[in-house]
Design a protein around this ligand. Structure first.
Ligand code: N01
Length: 535
């Protein structure tokens, strides 16, 4: 770690957030060092290599917008990109901007402590077993929102003689399930994407479902090259239109802001059908009140429930696969042949509410007193979202306060960027910002641009530290909750609420609505960093 004592900015993580942060920090003339636990760039796309892993935001949108040449020269092969292509893109960006020079791979940040006397962070990293330290002025957590796998403890896991995989920590060499009996636990996005692909190989598959999930057909296809050319002709404008959407995506399909209840049943169904055919998240934009009015939401959920019943041949399986919760309350899934997979003779569905998984055994797992004989178990059980990775690092702020203590009752931030007792530390897409409710790359770019501008302001004005105030934090937490409470989003057990992790405080973590958030961040900066104290 020679030369790192004089680092201005330590960046944790080399996913899309850390890579862009490094690029921007360099442009400011500051010395940055990125620490990355993996052996390569790409973050989420480095780790999530499960069969079928694919982005559910369209390729023309899920890419960096900061460099016109980059967005013009890169071509995506499909409407929605598969994980290997996104990882290739991340590597291309790293090469193009020579990012690797300042990224230390295979290095996990274990601790960071604020030193009031020097106004610097003392960062401790583990470089493949060797402990090293550096003392940057600023610490930027580019740790991702879904980067700590949730691996439930199943009794007897050590007795199982087959392989256990987690979708979020997939072996780099891939897994061949040909002729294998496979159990998949979970029915979130990772499961919905991987189940049809694994079922193609497996001799038998049993899916263990706790909560049925809504899924909309992705209608993936080869890239429409005319659409690509049209988009690239006015790429900046296209990006701006997307940024004006709540989720910073999907402007090309437009949205209908009217109430679902203002239409007759027939008109409503026609609108849903049209958007079902378009595929993807456009479905939720069929009407303006699907996420704020339960009666309106019910019209969408019954439409999807009917679709599932049409596709799935066995009525009992179809009934089990029909979700009951508010649609959009859990993150919506996009699929290719998910429900169709349950028509295959060698695919079974088990409801773990009626048949709880009691334990893993030498030959499989025991659920509802039945032993399921399997060769491999796939845990598609998700992540300790938004706070999991931050809280695994021993972060100590002013007066020795640990982030773990500070967030005991749930995460508290100002703008999802900053925490009062942790000066000179910024989070990219932290809790309290739109993050996971948006096209992540747009949210990342907005945060990185804001942080970089802020670092520039600090340097220009000769300040040494920036910290947010407790008042600003309190008002912001209230705001995030108030916005969520106006919607149906906190009404089910989602990972947005931390409800998937036993013992985790139930707090709605992301902020709903990208455009007003961006406006607020811009206002804060324009008002000399209102809500922050610069010293
Ligand atoms: O995880 P999840 P994921 N016993 O938490 C079940 C993003 N993503 O990895 O719903 C039995 O959604 C759990 O059940 P329940 C995307 O934002 C993006 O699939 O909690 N089951 C659930 O069914 C997504 O939302 C892409 O009752 C257990 C499942 O496991 C997020 O990542 C692709 C259990 C976990 O679903 C997370 O998705 C993939 C237990 N003990 C993912 N514990 C893109 O396309 C958990 N479950 C960009």
């Amino acid at each position: 770690m020679a030369g790192q004592q004089n680092v201005d900015v330590a960046i944790v993580g080399a996913g899309f957030a850390g890579m862009y942060m490094l690029h921007k920090t360099r442009q400011l003339g500051l010395k940055a060092q990125v620490f990355e636990a993996g052996s390569g760039v790409g973050g989420t796309w480095y780790w999530n290599r499960y069969p079928g892993a694919r982005c559910d935001v369209e390729s023309l949108e899920y890419s960096y917008s900061f460099d016109e040449e980059l967005q013009q020269e890169w071509s995506w092969s499909e409407r929605y990109s598969a994980q290997p292509e996104i990882l290739t893109y991340a590597n291309h960006v790293a090469d193009r901007f020579q990012l690797r020079d300042d990224i230390q791979f295979d290095t996990r940040v274990e601790a960071a402590a604020w030193d009031e006397a020097t106004s610097r962070w003392q960062v401790t990293v583990n470089n493949a077993g060797t402990i090293e330290r550096c003392s940057p002025r600023f610490l930027v957590m580019a740790t991702g929102c879904l980067s700590s796998p949730n691996t439930p403890r199943f009794e007897g896991a050590e007795d199982f003689s087959g392989e256990i995989y987690h979708t979020g920590e997939w072996p780099h060499e891939g897994v061949d399930f040909t002729g294998k009996k496979v159990a998949v636990i979970g029915t979130g996005s990772s499961a919905v994407q991987s189940i049809p692909v694994i079922a193609d190989q497996a001799s038998h598959m049993t899916v263990f479902q706790r909560t049925a999930n809504y899924s909309i057909p992705a209608h993936n296809s080869a890239m429409d090259t005319e659409l690509e050319a049209r988009t690239k002709a006015t790429y900046a404008e296209f990006r701006d239109l997307n940024r004006q959407e709540n989720g910073a995506l999907g402007s090309r399909f437009g949205r209908n802001d009217e109430s679902a209840l203002a239409y007759t049943e027939e008109e409503r169904r026609a609108q849903f059908e049209k958007r079902w055919t378009l595929g993807g998240f456009a479905f939720m934009r069929s009407f303006g009140d699907l996420l704020i009015n339960d009666e309106a939401n019910e019209t969408a959920r019954s439409f999807v429930q009917d679709k599932i019943a049409e596709v799935v041949n066995d009525p009992a399986t179809a009934a089990l696969l029909a979700p009951k919760q508010v649609i959009g309350c859990k993150r919506l899934c996009l699929d290719t042949n998910y429900f169709e997979t349950f028509n295959l003779d060698h695919v079974d569905l088990v409801d773990v509410n009626a048949n709880p998984i009691e334990r893993f055994t030498e030959n499989g797992l025991l659920a509802g007193s039945t032993e399921f004989d399997v060769d491999a178990i796939v845990l598609a059980t998700g992540f300790d979202a938004m706070t999991g990775t931050l809280l695994k690092i021993d972060i100590e702020g002013v007066d020795g306060l640990k982030l773990q203590e500070k967030w005991e009752a749930g995460p508290r931030t100002y703008l999802g960027l900053s925490v009062p007792e942790f000066p000179n530390m910024f989070m990219i897409t932290g809790p309290g910002s739109p993050s996971v409710l948006t096209n992540m790359i747009m949210a990342i770019e907005q945060h990185v641009d804001w942080i970089t501008e802020c670092l520039g302001y600090i340097s220009q004005n000769g300040h040494t530290s920036i910290r947010t105030t407790t008042d600003a934090e309190e008002a912001w937490v209230d705001h995030v909750n108030a916005v969520a409470d106006q919607t149906l989003m906190p009404t089910c057990n989602s990972w947005y609420l931390g409800a998937n992790i036993p013992g985790k405080q139930r707090v709605f973590m992301p902020l709903i609505g990208f455009p007003p958030y961006v406006e607020k961040c811009n206002e804060v900066a324009a008002n000399d960093y209102e809500g922050f104290v610069l010293a």
